[in-house]
Ligand binder design. Structure first.
Ligand SMILES: NC(=O)c1ccc[n+]([C@@H]2O[C@H](COP(=O)([O-])OP(=O)(O)OC[C@H]3O[C@@H](n4cnc5c(N)ncnc54)[C@H](OP(=O)(O)O)[C@@H]3O)[C@@H](O)[C@H]2O)c1
Length: 299
């Protein structure tokens, strides 16, 4: 029986990236729908639920993508509400690559530092889909997280949403331009840039050789890169006092996580893959390969 991935995208044009990865991860067909909203999704979900018997339903799965994380979360809730009893298919949320990218980035940070609990972490431009998920996962694991934003209203709104969704210790600070980011780093041990493609947000002087920093990661792959002095291919590279990860250094693992998640969707019919469960899958992947030892704290 064919493995069918029903791709529900909240953006008008379904993501090419998500379609390609789905095929590479083992889907036989990807049925993509664009402009899907929580109000319009019920009949699409019925089409997935009612076509195959319960014992075959693990061959159908739903993937939710699109540029808007909040719309994706609403869609996930609507999809789950529509399914009942054994008539369900597995579903994964990854709006804008937010969950898989954030999970991969946090895994690299945590793997390098050992344990993030009680450590200060700054997520620069942490109000986008990737930054909010990364901040939430770090907070859930006990890090003391600060997200930055250019706007105080947005910073507060997103910070409240992260705390409501993940719990933990998160605050927000306004950084109107890159010349002010150093003030925010303080004694942070972890630094993640989650700003948009092609915008440098952390100048070299703000972070390089800062005594407290042990690991930095930049998710922007498009020059100028987000953290000056971190190369796009860095993968645990020594930069100043810290280990550095560039967008490709994180992205390679993100692709592994994304593909593994798609494959898992077809193993059973009741999986719900969101940030936490995707994080568990990443942990399994990390444990399946030998890792380099973590960086000791500054002495
Ligand atoms: N490596 C990978 O595998 C991978 C996969 C997916 C995404 N990514 C990358 O991950 C990063 C984050 O993605 P995203 O979709 O979450 O980002 P995003 O929503 O485009 O941007 C994140 C935040 O950056 C701030 N921002 C926007 N334009 C700005 C500008 N011109 N100057 C300063 N700040 C600006 C905004 O926050 P405020 O308005 O609150 O300041 C925005 O909420 C991107 O660089 C993306 O390319 C990497």
């Amino acid at each position: 029986m064919k493995k069918l991935l029903v791709h529900l995208d909240t953006s008008s044009a379904p993501s090419v990236f998500d379609r390609v990865v789905a095929y590479d991860a083992g889907a036989d067909e990807v049925l993509s729908y664009g402009g899907v909203t929580a109000d319009s999704v019920r009949d699409l979900v019925h089409g997935a639920m009612f076509t195959r018997g319960p014992k075959d339903l693990h061959n159908t799965a739903i993937f939710i993508g699109g540029a808007d994380m909040t719309a994706g979360e609403r869609l996930l809730a609507a999809v789950q509400k529509t399914m009942f009893g054994p008539l369900r298919v597995s579903v994964m949320l990854d709006s804008n690559g937010s969950n898989t990218t954030a999970v991969a980035a946090v895994a690299k940070l945590a793997q390098t530092i050992g344990n993030v609990k009680g450590k200060r972490a700054v997520v620069v431009a942490g109000t986008g889909p990737v930054g909010t998920r990364a901040a939430g996962l770090l907070a859930r694991d006990g890090a003391l997280v600060t997200i930055t934003s250019r706007h105080s209203d947005e910073a507060k709104h997103v910070c409240d949403a992260i705390k409501a969704r993940f719990g933990g210790d998160v605050d927000a600070t306004v950084v109107p331009d890159p010349s002010r980011v150093a003030d925010t780093l303080g004694n942070a041990e972890l630094l993640l840039n989650a700003g948009p493609a092609g915008v440098q947000l952390v100048p070299r002087d703000a972070w390089m050789n800062r005594h407290s920093l042990r690991v930095v990661a930049d998710l922007n792959a498009v020059p100028p890169l987000g953290i000056e002095g971190v190369d796009v291919t860095d993968a645990g590279t020594d930069r100043g006092n810290a280990k550095a990860f560039g967008a490709l250094g994180v992205g390679n693992f993100k692709m592994k996580v994304h593909k593994r998640c798609i494959a898992k969707l077809f193993e059973r019919n009741d999986l719900v893959l969101d940030a936490e469960s995707i994080s568990d899958i990443a942990r399994e992947l990390v444990q399946s390969v030998p890792q380099a030892s973590s960086v000791p704290p500054p002495g």
